[in-house]
Design a protein around this ligand. Structure first.
Ligand code: GLU
Length: 447
């Protein structure tokens, strides 16, 4: 059997779109699964819209996702070859130069190249969708180049795929209608026909084609938000492909081992941010605490967030955050109190104090100090809870105020925030000394 060759042919005319990433991934997986080769081709022939910075962004993004390839090319660099084959088709009478008024400026004459269309039905077998037949008569002698030196996409793509010995073209379903034209060009060139697999479009939550209006569409946006590449790859693979069972967790290597075109569905694949978030959280939770901190990327500011205390927040962050962006927001929001001593307000400290027991808050906080002191250093949340919870429980039996009369001022004294983790977690992370200092500050405010 000849080697399988797939291609990753993005157009560098915009940011690295998740649709481009998903098409690249399927080509990557199929080739690697079969021990084949992958050709990367920057389709940069649209001179006005193509930008080198977009090409860099796409390449960098693909590498970030874990993909690499065996060959790199730029379509613009194949221009001499495109011209050679255009001239050959013209010389053989399979195409002709046609002088006609320019479409956008009819007063000007242009010399486009048109393919002599034999006008027949073209049937190709799509590996996802089965046999597809098109009557190409109505295409007429369609244009394949704006001039001998300026081929259109259809022509360039066919020549480049032929020269790279591409065996499988796996691309978005929006290219199905381009396929008959491309097959006619192949036949004129005497090029072998690759196998085609058109993968379903990515639809947004309203079942329209995913676009900027539906939310972030650039891989870079997800990267900046703090998604892990492993999670994005895992999620993108499941957009239109299924392993045939209900497994949902796949590393890139596991995908390579499992992927097949038979698992690709025909119907549109619905983008779900919620699902992506949960996949990302699963991957975040798999990280060791040290790796988690590296991704968090805030540990470097050591005077502001001591490394050691930051490390203690990892379990909390793993529990609450679905992206590293959310984790960073937690550190500067709900968890900020772990790094900056609070200045609690008198009113909020006493917010849960029953009107007829005006010294309850003070007594409750004073009552915490001795049991707190009895705790050994470095204990678990459970141990802190077992020691301190009975004090709150005792208050419960006394009626008015209840547990909250102890737990609220304690939590608020420790955090200075109306929202924060529970007091036992705070004490575990802050440690005994810092907790004691914060309770003393609150007592001073209570007077
Ligand atoms: N450059 C085209 C695109 O990004 C490639 C289409 C194809 O795979 O033939 O849509």
């Amino acid at each position: 059997m000849s080697t399988i060759v797939t291609r990753i042919p993005p157009s560098p005319t915009g940011h690295f779109h998740i649709g481009t990433a998903r098409a690249a991934l399927f080509n990557y997986l199929f080739a690697r699964h079969h021990g084949g080769r992958i050709v990367f081709r920057s389709e940069d022939t649209d001179r006005t819209r193509s930008k080198r910075e977009y090409e860099d962004e796409i390449i960098e993004g693909l590498h970030w996702l874990g993909m690499e390839w065996d060959e790199f090319s730029r379509q613009s660099e194949n221009a001499p070859r495109h011209r050679e084959l255009l001239e050959k088709l013209v010389a053989e009478g399979k195409a002709y130069v046609s002088a006609e008024p320019a479409k956008d400026a009819p007063e000007r004459t242009v010399e486009v190249v048109r393919l002599k269309n034999p006008g027949k039905a073209i049937t190709f077998t799509d590996l996802v969708r089965g046999d597809i037949t098109f009557d190409t008569t109505e295409l007429g002698d369609f244009v394949i180049a704006r001039s001998l030196g300026d081929p259109l996409y259809h022509f360039a793509v066919v020549v480049d795929d032929m020269d790279a010995s591409v065996t499988h073209v796996i691309r978005g379903e929006d290219h199905i209608s381009n396929t008959p034209r491309q097959i006619l060009i192949q036949e004129a060139l005497g090029a072998p026909r690759p196998a085609y697999a058109h993968i379903p479009l990515i639809l947004d939550e309203k079942r329209a084609k995913l676009s900027k209006r539906s939310g972030a569409t650039a891989v870079t946006d997800y990267r900046n938000e703090g998604f892990l590449p492993e999670a994005l790859v895992n999620y993108l693979a499941l957009l239109g492909w299924s392993p045939g069972d209900d497994r949902e967790d796949f590393s890139l290597a596991e995908l390579v081992a499992t992927f097949s075109l038979e698992g690709v569905q025909k119907s549109g694949a619905a983008w779900s941010r919620e699902k992506l978030l949960s996949v990302n959280q699963r991957w975040m939770r798999k990280l060791s605490d040290a790796d988690f901190l590296t991704h968090l990327d805030v540990g470097r500011n050591s005077s502001y967030m001591p490394e050691e205390r930051l490390a203690k927040t990892v379990p909390l962050l793993k529990e609450r955050a679905q992206t590293f962006g959310e984790a960073r927001d937690l550190l500067s929001g709900e968890l900020a109190c772990l790094f900056t001593a609070p200045t609690p307000s008198l009113d909020t400290l006493r917010a849960k104090e029953p009107a007829d027991r005006p010294s309850l808050t003070k007594t409750a906080l004073e009552g915490i100090l001795a049991p707190l002191e009895s705790l050994p250093d470095g204990v678990s949340v459970e141990a802190v809870k077992d020691t301190l919870m009975p004090l709150a429980d005792a208050e419960e039996t006394k009626g008015k105020g209840g547990r909250g009369a102890v737990l609220w001022p304690l939590r608020y004294a420790l955090s200075g925030q109306e929202r924060s983790p529970d007091p036992f977690t705070l004490i575990t992370i802050l440690g005994k000394g810092e907790s004691r200092d914060r309770i003393r500050t609150a007592l001073a405010i209570l007077g």
